[in-house]
Design a protein. Structure first.
Length: 140
């Protein structure tokens, strides 16, 4: 396998190649890179613009590569937290109902909806009904 291009490198060249093949003036992509000095996997956001001469040939390309690894880690941590939060809310015997500071519904667990006899569609999303409004079918 000596001399082969790693899958990550091949994948990262696709936006460049397709922008040239499709005669586009820009491309933008996010992909992972592997640092050759440490083997560490990083994520980058890449953006490029091609400049053409009067004949339409590309004479210069200007771009940037921005390390977005920390953002990607934060996004994954948020997804994990949301999955955990939802799993807890769905597995307990009592209901979970979360409202914003104005009292509008943000989240109602299925266990909460079963407890009060409502469906997700009947649960108030915003406006007049808030967390302080009784949510039993008889109060509706």
């Amino acid at each position: 396998m000596s001399g082969s291009i790693p899958t990550t490198a091949r994948r990262s060249t696709r936006p460049i190649s397709s922008s040239l093949r499709e005669n586009r003036d820009t491309y933008e992509t996010e992909h992972r890179v592997v640092r050759q000095d440490t083997g560490e996997i990083r994520f980058v956001h890449e953006k490029c613009e091609h400049f053409r001469n009067a004949e339409g040939e590309i004479v210069r390309s200007v771009g940037m590569v921005h390390d977005v690894t920390e953002r990607k880690k934060a996004e994954e941590a948020l997804r994990h937290s949301e999955r955990l939060y939802r799993a807890i809310g769905e597995s307990i015997d009592y209901g979970v109902w979360v409202c914003d500071p104005e009292g509008r519904n943000i989240y109602a667990s299925e266990s909460f909806l079963r407890l009060v006899g409502l469906t997700q569609e009947q649960c108030p999303a915003s406006g007049g009904e808030t967390c302080s409004t009784p949510m039993t079918p008889s109060a509706r």
